[in-house]
Design a protein. Structure first.
Length: 141
């Protein structure tokens, strides 16, 4: 895959979205504030609230937030076409687990995040679909 400027802008845009949306998950202090804000928003919109904070939930939110922030920074600083491929795969996994959580009855506010995951995932994966030969390693740099 040749690094087309529009595709690289898409990869970078998805990274900026991730950075903005997940930075609040990266520390226990910011997650507590974000958790409260999301619960109030979900309640105000009639979409449901988040479960009460507990240390295990906070730990997993912080782990996810930390990894996604670092992954986003890599895609912003060193944008490569292959990052779009892997991000599209990761978004497919995230979307599957979000759909599973929605089926289990979590707050309907998750639909907003699921929609973005699916849209960015498809946009980043579609250019790779139907490729007969993998891109040469030089195009991954």
């Amino acid at each position: 895959m040749h690094p087309r400027p529009a595709y690289l802008r898409l990869v970078r845009a998805s990274a900026w979205y991730d950075l903005v949306v997940t930075a609040g998950f990266a520390t226990p202090w910011t997650y507590a504030l974000l958790h409260d804000a999301l619960s109030r928003l979900g309640n105000a919109l009639g979409l449901g609230v988040l479960p009460a904070l507990d240390p295990v939930q906070t730990l997993f939110a912080n782990l996810m937030g930390s990894v996604v922030v670092v992954w986003a920074l890599l895609r912003i600083v060193r944008t490569r076409p292959v990052h779009g491929l892997f991000d599209g795969i990761a978004r497919t996994l995230f979307a599957m687990w979000q759909a599973y959580a929605l089926a289990q009855g979590v707050t309907r506010m998750l639909w907003l995040f699921l929609a973005v995951e699916v849209l960015f995932g498809l946009a980043q994966l579609l250019p790779w679909w139907g490729r007969r030969h993998p891109a040469a390693p030089s195009t991954y740099r």
